[in-house]
Design a protein around this ligand. Sequence first.
Ligand code: MSP
Length: 523
Amino acid sequence: MTRCTLQRVPAPSTPMPKTFFITTAIDYTNSAPHIGHSYEKVLADVIARYHRLKGDKVFFLTGVDQHGQKVQQSAEKQGVPPEQFVAGVTEQFIALWDKLDVRYDAWAATTDPLHKKCVQGMLERLWDEKQIYKDKQAGYYSVRQEQFLTDKERGANGEFGLEWGQVEFREEENYYFKLEQHKQWLLSYIDSRKEAVIPDFRQTELRNAVEKLSGDLCISRPKSRLDWGIELPFDKDFVNYVWFDALTNYISFADYDPKIDKYEKQSQQFLDRWPALQIIGKDILIPAHGIYWLIMLHAISFPDEAMPQLLVHGWWNISGAKISKSAGNVVDPNALADKYSAEALRYYLMSDLATGKDSDFSQERLIERYNSDLANALGNLLNRTLNMLGKYRNQQLKFARSETPTGEGGIFDPFEGFEGSHGLVNLGDERVAKLSNALRAHAGMFGAHLISSGIADVSEYVTSCNQLVDNAAPWKLATDKGKHRDLDAVLYHLTESLRIIAILISPVLPRAAHGIFDQLNWK
Ligand code: MSP
């Protein structure tokens, strides 16, 4: 007997799939987290979970911004070293993300030695290339706001307003980054790339601001005034001030090496991740991310195709007013999550603020959305389906083969493994169309980061399933032997719909989705 030896055929070499890299703003550790911080992190988490669901490799980076004047002052006020002060606030952020099920892959804390090394390497390089210079500034200085003032800050009477506190004339030497020389490049980059900034009205706002750009960026503070920062590698009497420290986190924690000057020579790990989709609030688009950050990257030779995409969200307000400690209207997300559950809070934040727009925060709305969408619509659908299955079919689902396969999963396929059979027999084309429309709309909206619209599409489908129960009246079908096949089809379709709904909603409500899977006994 001849023996045949099986030889392994080498798999065709497929290019490494690109990682979906998502970042948020790093939260300032001067004070405790509030609802605005939570919105942004949950939004990023939902988008990251959606991509994981699609099968993408995801790298989700978030963290904390720990240096700066205000942190130093707050620490002094409490009589503790700044390290200790930021450690305490950082812990609050970490605990909150844990409570809200925000599942990130890496944590960017700006006091991390790895980050400091990257910031210093980048500054050194720009200094060597003469893109940073030292200059003397003289002018009116607000001690309270820690900044030089220009004539723009004068009121109608020509004086500086009370908001600036004590204003004095000062002369100070500092380091400057040559920002303005990149103005034309930035304009042409914005013009050449559709969706460089989302939504597009923010891209227009940015373009208008760049048109007005003049002057360079002061990047230092003398240590005599501020020492809670990263020391300049070329002058130990100064620390870096704000943006080179905060913004650089997006690359320092993604394995960027500033010593390698050619972009394409960076590590495979970095090239596989970068560029990122960066989620930020509307207040830090101009000038921080839209001008400073893009120019910083361009200045260290990032090609245009490696510029990050900026997803700019609106703000949560309280009765139209900005949330702030001084206004005394800060809403504590911990208390809300404890009272109503993390899922209820996630759902409210994601469904009641259309990505890009502003919204008013209200506990009444949170309760209303929870009751109407989750308890009354989805919860009700689940309960009545399970009850009917118990009552009429002893918990046993009868497989009813569909004549109309509906494998319309969009990018990912929630039907996978079910052979395109969804108990749609006898239910007609309308149900098939409703289900495929919901799937298509969901993929389109979540794919475009329009989470509240994607949620609305799923809600609509849930409503249609509840209507199906009312119209098909399974309790009547159960009494008529000749209609038992229809009864099986309805129950199969409802159960299968619930399974799919749970998959679709799982990025927003991971726990509730798993609860549904468990109740359906679906592994
Ligand atoms: N540390 C800087 C960002 C540096 S990124 C390199 C910062 N921190 S922050 O704590 O003030 O804000 C963090 C994020 O929360 C920002 O994107 C900001 O827009 C967002 N929000 C702060 N208040 C908000 C609301 N009221 N509503 C929604 N998001 C808001 O800025």
